[in-house]
Design a protein around this ligand. Structure first.
Ligand code: FA5
Length: 336
């Protein structure tokens, strides 16, 4: 037994010299101290020993076990100290490689900062939501054909992935009441056929203003002011009729083409206008559902497509680039 233990200690001491990282440490620990290790086997043989041997070897086994533990931990610590010194060399030149913010993040931050300056608070809602907030609270009951306008991802638990940031409207109204100025950027999901301008996962920014005497002119003024700041140039907007069950009336807001300044080009199909943001006056049913007296208050809301806005701002002609994770497309933005 004495010889066996001596040999075991010699091998463990030799192998401990090879500990260079945590993986080595765990392997060697398992080999010499694990349940199936030689030491464990020797220790379990104690029950067959005479009382005299038990007294002699019991403490010796424990001593060797403790020494192994101490030795392996010490070797790991030494190795880590060496590694730290190796990886941190303050004399190395600083790498030129660095990450940058995603174009949608840049545009999202810009728009929310502009809206914050206009007195909007920032609100968020869940990406996994229920039918009530995504549809019913927005005046879209179960059988309403408008549900087909947005092909929804339904989940096994009966919930859905929100198709629009309008899902925050009812929550914000119930939480804060009127008057209210709130914006909510976030990710939305639709079961879309993908093409250059449609993704199944994209970002919108919901905006909502509720107060006494809010009118369409407040909507136009706010949108124009916000877009001028985003594009850093004079932007004109126009409204066309649009249908959304949660607005009355509803509009599609176009802005003068930022590429040709409204003169006409291939991007705006020579019309001088680009369709940018659906919006409208909040339907009285939606206000009432949110606990707001629609005879006293009125409001407007808009759902800005942040992903499409980023495409326009950075002249990206295929939306799929933005979710691709292909750094070659994204590193040009170089914004931190
Ligand atoms: C809506 O989602 C409404 N909730 C917007 C709204 C809010 C209207 C408040 C009135 C009042 P729409 O389905 O048009 O509307 O989507 C809004 C914007 O999201 C679009 O203009 C577009 O920029 C963006 N969008 C919609 N679907 C996609 C998609 N598949 N990929 C990328 N962007 C999309």
């Amino acid at each position: 037994m004495q010889e066996k233990l001596k040999d075991l200690v010699a091998r463990a001491t030799e192998e401990a010299k090879n500990i260079k990282n945590e993986a080595d440490y765990l392997n060697i620990k398992s080999k010499f101290l694990g349940k199936k290790s030689e030491l464990s086997e020797l220790m379990s043989s104690i029950k067959l020993m005479s009382t005299e041997d038990k007294k002699k070897f019991g403490p010796l086994f424990n001593k060797i076990k403790n020494e192994f533990e101490e030795l392996f931990s010490k070797k790991l610590e030494e190795a880590e100290n060496v590694n730290d010194k190796l990886t941190f060399d303050p004399t190395l030149p600083i790498s030129e490689d660095h990450g940058s913010l995603h174009p949608v993040t840049i545009v999202g931050r810009e728009v929310t900062n502009i809206l914050k300056d206009m007195g909007f608070m920032i609100f968020t809602g869940p990406e996994m939501d229920n039918e009530y907030y995504n549809f019913e609270a927005l005046n879209v009951p179960k059988t309403h054909p408008a549900r087909d306008m947005q092909d929804t991802y339904w989940l096994d638990n009966g919930m859905l992935l929100r198709t629009q940031t309008s899902s925050v409207q009812n929550r914000a109204m119930k939480k804060y009441g009127a008057p209210l100025r709130v914006c909510a950027p976030g990710r939305c999901f639709r079961n879309e056929d993908l093409d250059a301008s449609h993704e199944n996962t994209f970002f919108q920014l919901e905006g909502m203003v509720i107060d006494e005497n809010i009118s369409i002119s407040n909507l136009i003024y706010t949108m124009e002011g916000m877009l001028k700041e985003v594009f850093k140039k004079d932007i004109k907007v126009r409204l066309r009729p649009g249908f959304f069950p949660f607005t009355e009336p509803g509009f599609e807001l176009d802005c003068s083409c930022t590429i040709c300044d409204g003169k006409g080009c291939s991007t705006c199909k020579n019309s001088g206008w680009i369709e940018l943001c659906p919006c409208g006056m909040i339907h009285p049913n939606v206000l009432e559902e949110g606990g707001i007296d629609s005879t006293k208050y009125s409001g407007f809301a808009f759902g800005l497509g942040l992903t499409r806005l980023a495409m326009m701002k950075y002249k990206i002609n295929d939306i799929r680039v933005l979710n691709s994770g292909d750094l070659r497309h994204l590193e040009g933005f170089n914004v931190r």
